[in-house]
Design a binder for this molecule. Structure first.
Ligand SMILES: Cc1cc2nc3c(=O)[nH]c(=O)nc-3n(C[C@H](O)[C@H](O)[C@H](O)COP(=O)(O)OP(=O)(O)OC[C@H]3O[C@@H](n4cnc5c(N)ncnc54)[C@H](O)[C@@H]3O)c2cc1C
Ligand code: FES
Ligand code: FES
Length: 1336
């Protein structure tokens, strides 16, 4: 091999062990390397885009300038291994393990119940661990900052934070002390031993092992030596397609830049990496300046600050903070503005990776820093072989004009940011979908220099991001305003000019056009007020005060550390200590989650001859497939085969939903064929080479509106009716009519869909490891697809990284396609969907369009309701008919309405099929009915809570489908919620606040809930179990429920321990398998734990019955003695248990039945504050009361309630799916689709499980709380709309606006119409094709 092609050795450390990679491939990321090469699967793969934090690890490096060791968290999915030369990586496995020793972080996250599915947990552990390495006693704010880039879809973050807070200096254990909510304030028991029925301690802090920083892994001495004596030689790593060159000196770097002018510099790879992955950018040569210390130098002068281009944004933040603390305030205006944005820019891991140079040079249109740097007159210090020069970071540079840009041989060495001067004022603004870790829709930097001692504008600059292809300035506006006084006239003129200059076409990419236009002027208004306020500070005599009413426009919502109390009923003090029922037992896999030892489907080590599969999907919404040409894919290296419908030996799904499309495609994202290759990368690359020719078909139906127009429905109308609505409408005082639009929701389980199919030679047998809620369905589907009997196929489910309904049906399709591949090739096949494909291919919650007509009396009594709902079902039936039915059954919620008619229709559209999702129709239904109530209240001039109370079920009654129930717990929950949340006094405080503040408004809402669990047929509640007792007394339990994170295994073990009267440590659950428990039902509908618990109870009781004579004979014997004797007496120590299911049926002809076994009652009160100028909101407080009867495990049940609530809150506030007019889903990752982050948790978040009420039907009188909390998230929605309604009243806006969910910043801003929304240009929908369309 010629020398130029020989790679250098890449040397770095992982968990204290040296790694020498002789053939390091620049395209391989640290995540892939850890998981595939080193088998360290604790680090998880959640998005591969830096957006979820599941892959967080700690990197330690010796700083080339200060020689200090820096520890920082990073997202391993964005880090090329080649960038790690000389670094030490610590993964979750290096932190601690069950086998060796747990680290306190791992122990505390698990024991504080911070894990459910556990897929996010290793990332959380690593973020927290890194924080503790740098700050052994961090503040709670630092903890929040450290976790800001880690998503969790299950827990709602509160318990994770609680675990972390135990390390904080400022944490007093009980966060509510002195607020009136503290257990101590109210005489409740905070942990143990005090006289009360109610407990508020879910874990015992005093049991935690202390943190001992001296026990941590040291920085490898070899790396220290390398840092002290740095290698000056250029290192080169050749991959298959890409070469990585890392020079050791600046001179060499500049020479390389001459040699390879097109080669980019890789710093953090947070811009290059995603572009290479998602936009197909390819660079054969990459230059890494990581070892060039000249790029990390920071220097200060009396005029300003120069920061090396290689410094990370986290370092930039620290430098700026230092300067701000040292310099007089007037000099730090620009620095403070930058700091403001650096706090919310991405998550900590990205700020640790991303460099200042990379940020500036990338010139993203959403860049938060460039607008501020531009108005702050920053200068770029460039260097090349020819020498150095400076260019301004101005609009010409940002627009990429060649004369104002770097030439191809230059690099950016540093950025100079001058101090501000007295009378120079700088501000920064941004608004994204949520507060943290979300790209801004619009951001801005604004600076004004006033003539000394006056309010006359000497100089003005304004720059915006998000409103064009790059950051744009408004030089003409600024020019025209020079010399003007800073007053209302200037404001009006500025807004007019800005809207002319910063024009955004109606079809601009990214959409939200009118919102963005409004922000352009709203931000300027904020700036106007800020300057007025600063002027007042500069000379309080000369300049006027900003009116109190307007002051509220100024402050941004701060990031706050959530606090809260969880209340539950403690067990009877007489209950034996060993009996775990009713106790807050930690999730059985909690410690394994926290150490990364929990085995998820894709953590199974690679098998011999295993192949990978990737899917080819339709690019058209409705088209005929003319041809599929995969010849170019087949010739690529590593590609083994392409699987098409022709390869399916049996049935390919239903007639309306073929697993692999044959002649026609019905939506973008429909699976057409699958490429099988030696590696996942090869398979994925080959999918791009499969050429499909289409002929578009008409019509393309994407929206509910179109479906109605074309009469396109998946099933006949569903209807429930009672009383006589026509007559009632004739007798009421008033009638209102309105419309509701509710967007869909992506499951966003942290573990995407994945399956591993292993064919066994000879017997036509298959072993399938799959992430599913319904292994029996996968088994049946694979059987019919392959045309082999079910008994040849075994499905195994270890643990599922979140399901939420999205892993009921789809895993069967994916399992079937992978199984066809496995049979055809004879090899094991692994199919792992990446986040983009998962979001594209799988559907989610049904979007809904609803129309209502409500007849009511003046006092708010509702007499008649007529509601018609249309759900967007997508292209095939899947679960749409059931969702349409459940929607109707649950629609009345907590209200008794004498005369009603509910109708629902499942629309067939050319979108991916929507499917089951936690709550199954109810989260949409509750929004519909509660909107009716709110509308009635508004018309009657009553408070919504009064109308709710008036219409609520109060005594034993019959639901709309004639099932009798007793609403007493509902009333208790409602009253308790009003009481615990101090609702009435807070309602008054909200009103007071609103009177005093024009631009910020508060809103409060309390929502009652009656939620029905389970399914409408008895057979869907059946469950089975198999319990073996072994001769050493240990017990193995298997049952039909799947561990999705909801803690089913923990609860099942609690049941078995209680029944067999042995400690939980004697009992083990290994997996759910169709070979041990056959013919199971999907784990869904909130009832999984209890029905399977009943089956386990049955098996245990059978076994106990068999042991009875032995125990009688030897009552003082031990469990082990009895088992030994039973064995000697040939008594079977294995039993199956069975539960036939709850009685449930529904007769749709008659509209009657007993469709649900029982109800969950609850109530939630939420308070929010909105910013009318930006549409942002802050959740101030939520109180939830949930009727859990006798909770089997309060820690798990509280966790389910909180997690579901936060998921619901996401549904109703930030989670927005965007589709193109051609039916292409834009939102395919965490950047574009915003699930709640830790900063979205209400500032105060209290959950109480209502003290025991009887539920004789269920095991130990417990209730299934998996789904119901989602709907209570609507309390946040109604609090927001309450605030918006106040703003609209104040602004005298008479007309009603249709209800629209989610209540995004865009919706809130545009609903709070004012002079700024009025001044923006509006587009004519007839002439302007929007970037995205609403599908309901
Ligand atoms: C999950 C995520 C969230 C994000 N959120 C935000 C956000 O909220 N707000 C925001 O503003 N940004 C956000 N970003 C973007 C982020 O700020 C940029 O990607 C980052 O700053 C780029 O820096 P880098 O070091 O990673 O650049 P790289 O990807 O390494 O390089 C980017 C480009 O810069 C060039 N370059 C780098 N250094 C030099 C140099 N010294 N001289 C010449 N050229 C150079 C390279 O050639 C390359 O073309 C986010 C990114 C991610 C992945
Ligand atoms: S997998 Fe790396 S951040 Fe999501
Ligand atoms: S526990 Fe966090 S994603 Fe499941």
């Amino acid at each position: 091999m010629p020398d130029q092609w020989r790679s250098d050795e890449l040397v770095f450390f992982v968990n204290g062990r040296k790694v020498i990679e002789r053939n390091a491939d620049p395209e391989v990321t640290l995540l892939t390397f850890l998981r595939k090469n080193l088998g360290l699967t604790g680090t998880k793969d959640g998005c591969r885009r830096g957006g979820c934090g599941a892959c967080t690890v700690m990197v330690s490096k010796c700083d080339p300038v200060s020689k200090e060791i820096r520890h920082f968290s990073i997202t391993a999915c964005l880090v090329p291994i080649c960038s790690l030369y000389g670094a030490a990586v610590t993964t979750v496995e290096g932190v601690g393990s069950i086998k060796t020793k747990l680290h306190p972080v791992q122990e505390r996250i698990a024991k504080s119940h911070g894990t459910q599915c556990g897929f996010c947990t290793p990332g959380m552990v690593m973020s927290m661990y890194t924080l503790l390495r740098n700050h052994p006693q961090p503040s709670e704010e630092q903890l929040m900052e450290a976790l800001g880039g880690n998503l969790c879809r299950c827990t709602g973050y509160r318990p994770i934070l609680d675990g972390g807070k135990t390390f904080c200096t400022d944490s007093n254990g009980c966060q509510q002390k002195g607020t009136g909510n503290c257990c101590w304030d109210q005489g409740e028991d905070s942990s143990r031993g005090r006289n009360s029925d109610i407990s508020t301690g879910l874990f015992a802090k005093d049991e935690f092992q202390p943190l001992d920083p001296t026990q941590e892994l040291i920085f490898p001495p070899e790396l220290l030596r390398m840092a002290e004596n740095p290698e000056k030689r250029t290192l080169t790593f050749h991959g298959e397609r890409v070469t990585w060159i890392s020079p050791g000196t600046l001179k060499d770097l500049l020479e390389l830049k001459v040699k390879y002018p097109e080669a980019p510099l890789v710093l953090g790879n947070t811009s290059l990496g995603p572009a290479m992955k998602s936009q197909g950018h390819f660079h054969p040569i990459l230059l890494s300046p990581a070892r060039i210390s000249e790029l990390s130098i920071v220097s200060t002068t009396s005029e300003g600050l120069t920061i090396g281009a290689g410094c990370s944004l986290a370092q930039v933040k620290d430098f700026l903070a230092e300067r701000v603390s040292e310099l007089p305030e007037e000099k730090t205006e620009t620095y403070q503005a930058l700091l403001k944005h650096l706090k919310s820019l991405a998550g900590q891991q990205i700020r640790n990776l991303a460099s200042l140079g990379g940020h500036v040079i990338s010139r993203h249109c959403y860049s938060d820093l460039n607008p501020v740097l531009a108005v702050g007159n920053a200068t770029l210090n460039l260097i090349s072989k020819e020498g150095t020069r400076q260019i301004p970071l101005n609009e010409h540079f940002l627009a990429g004009l060649p004369r104002a840009d770097l030439n191809s041989e230059e690099i950016l060495q540093s950025v100079y940011i001058p101090h501000s001067r007295k009378w120079e004022l700088v501000s920064a603004f941004r608004q994204g979908q949520c507060q943290q870790n979300a790209l801004a829709d619009v951001n801005a930097g604004m600076r004004v220099l006033l003539k000394e001692g006056t309010d006359t504008v000497e100089d003005l600059s304004v720059a915006y991001g998000g409103v064009g292809a790059a950051t744009i300035s408004a030089p003409r506006t600024c020019q025209q305003l020079r010399g003007r006084c800073w007053n209302e006239l200037l404001l009006d003129e500025a807004c007019r000019l800005l809207l002319e200059e910063v024009s955004l076409p109606g079809s601009a990419p990214g959409g939200r056009v009118e919102f963005k236009r409004t922000l352009v002027v709203s931000f300027f208004f904020k700036f106007y007020l800020e300057v007025l306020q600063k002027l007042k500070k500069l000379d309080c005599l000369r300049f006027p005060e900003v009116s109190d009413l307007f002051l509220s426009a100024l402050e941004d919502f701060p990031v706050t550390v959530p606090q809260g109390v969880q209340r539950y009923q403690r067990v009877d003090p007489c209950q034996p200590l060993q009996d775990p029922v009713g106790r807050p037992i930690m999730h059985l896999s909690g410690l394994k989650h926290a150490t990364g030892e929990a085995m998820f489907c894709d953590d199974i080590p690679r098998l011999d001859k295993e192949l990978s599969m990737a899917l080819v999907t339709s690019a058209r919404a409705h088209a005929k497939i003319i041809s599929i040409d995969f010849s170019k894919a087949l010739v690529l290296p590593g590609v083994v085969d392409v699987i098409t419908a022709k390869d399916i030996p049996g049935t390919s799904g239903a007639t309306d939903s073929k697993f692999l499309a044959v002649d026609e495609v019905l939506c973008v994202g429909q699976i057409i064929c699958a490429v099988v290759a030696e590696t996942d990368v090869q398979a994925k690359q080959a999918t791009g080479k499969v050429k499909i020719t289409y002929e578009d078909l008409e019509p393309i139906i994407l929206t509910v509106e179109d479906a109605i127009k074309y009469n396109s429905f998946l099933c006949p109308e569903k209807k429930l009716e009672q009383g006589n609505i026509e007559e009632a409408f004739g007798e009421v005082d008033q009638i209102i009519e309105g419309e509701i639009h509710i967007g869909g929701q992506e499951h966003f389980y942290m573990e995407t869909q994945r399956v591993l199919v292993i064919p066994k030679r000879g017997d036509q047998e298959l072993d399938i490891y799959v992430s599913t809620q319904d292994p029996a369905h996968v088994q049946k589907t694979v059987s019919s697809t392959l045309n082999i009997p079910i008994n040849r196929i075994t499905c195994h489910v270890k643990q599922v990284g979140g399901g939420f309904g999205g892993k009921i049906k789809k895993p069967a399709t994916l399992g079937a396609i992978a199984a066809v591949g496995a049979i055809k090739t004879g090899h094991p096949i692994r199919l792992v969907l990446d986040r983009e494909d998962d979001m594209l291919i799988t559907g989610g919650r049904h979007p809904l369009f609803g129309k209502y007509k409500v007849g009511f009396m003046k006092d708010g009594r509702i007499e008649a309701v007529d509601i018609e709902c249309f759900i967007n079902g997508g292209c095939t039936m899947e679960d749409s008919e059931e969702v349409a039915e459940f929607l109707l059954l649950k629609l009345e919620n907590a209200y008794k309405i004498q005369n009603l008619r509910f109708r629902s229709h499942a629309c067939m559209t050319n979108l991916p099929s929507n499917t089951s999702f936690r709550g199954f129709g109810f989260p949409q239904g509750i929004l519909v009915i509660e909107s009716c109530i709110t509308a009635v209240a508004a018309k009657c001039g009553l408070l919504p809570e009064k109308v709710r109370e008036k219409n609520m079920y109060k005594t034993v009654d019959k639901a709309i489908y004639k099932q009798e129930f007793n609403p007493e717990p509902l009333i208790r929950c409602w009253n308790e919620c009003l009481d615990k949340s101090s609702f009435h006094s807070r309602r008054m405080q909200v009103e007071e606040f609103n009177k005093k503040n024009y631009w910020k408004k508060k809103g409060i809402a309390v929502i009652p809930m009656k939620f029905s669990v389970g399914f409408t047929a008895t057979s869907y509640h059946q469950a089975a179990a198999l319990v073996h007792i072994y001769t050493d007394g240990s017990v193995l339990v298997t049952q039909g429920g799947n561990e999705l994170g909801q803690g089913i295994h923990t609860k099942i073990l609690q049941v078995a321990s209680h029944e067999l009267k042995i400690p939980m440590s004697y009992i083990h659950i290994s997996e759910t398998s169709t070979a041990t428990v056959p013919n199971t039902i999907a784990t869904a509908g909130s009832i999984g734990s209890e029905v399977n618990g009943r089956a386990v109870q049955d098996a245990c009781q059978i076994l106990l019955k068999r042991l009875e004579p032995i125990v009688k004979e030897n009552p003082k014997g031990t469990w082990e003695d009895w088992i030994k004797t039973a064995f000697e007496q040939s008594i079977s120590l294995s039993a199956t248990g069975f539960f036939r299911g709850y009685k449930a049926f529904m007769d749709w002809e008659k509209g009657e039945g007993e469709p649900f076994p029982y109800y969950i009652y609850g109530a939630a009160c939420s308070e929010v504050e909105i910013d009318c100028l930006t549409g942002a909101h802050k959740k101030i407080r939520t109180d939830i009361i949930m009727d859990a009867c006798s909770s089997l495990n309060p820690a798990i049940d509280v966790g389910q309630v909180e997690g579901a609530f936060i998921q619901g809150m996401g549904l109703y506030t930030t989670e927005e799916l965007k589709y193109s007019p051609e039916g292409v889903l834009y939102s395919r990752g965490p950047d574009e689709y915003k699930i709640p982050t830790i900063t979205d948790v209400p500032k105060e978040f209290n959950v109480s499980l209502l003290p025991s009420s009887p539920n004789p039907l269920t095991i130990y009188s417990s209730k299934g709380l998996g789904e119901s909390g989602v709907a209570l998230g609507s309390s946040v929605f109604f609090a927001i709309t309450d605030a918006v309604a106040t703003a609209r009243r104040e602004r005298d806006i008479a007309e009603d606006i249709p209800v629209k969910s989610p209540a995004t910043p865009e919706w809130v801003r545009m609903a709070c119409a004012d002079r700024f929304t009025e001044m923006i240009p509006r587009d004519d929908p007839k002439t302007c094709e929007p970037w995205s369309i609403p599908v309901a």
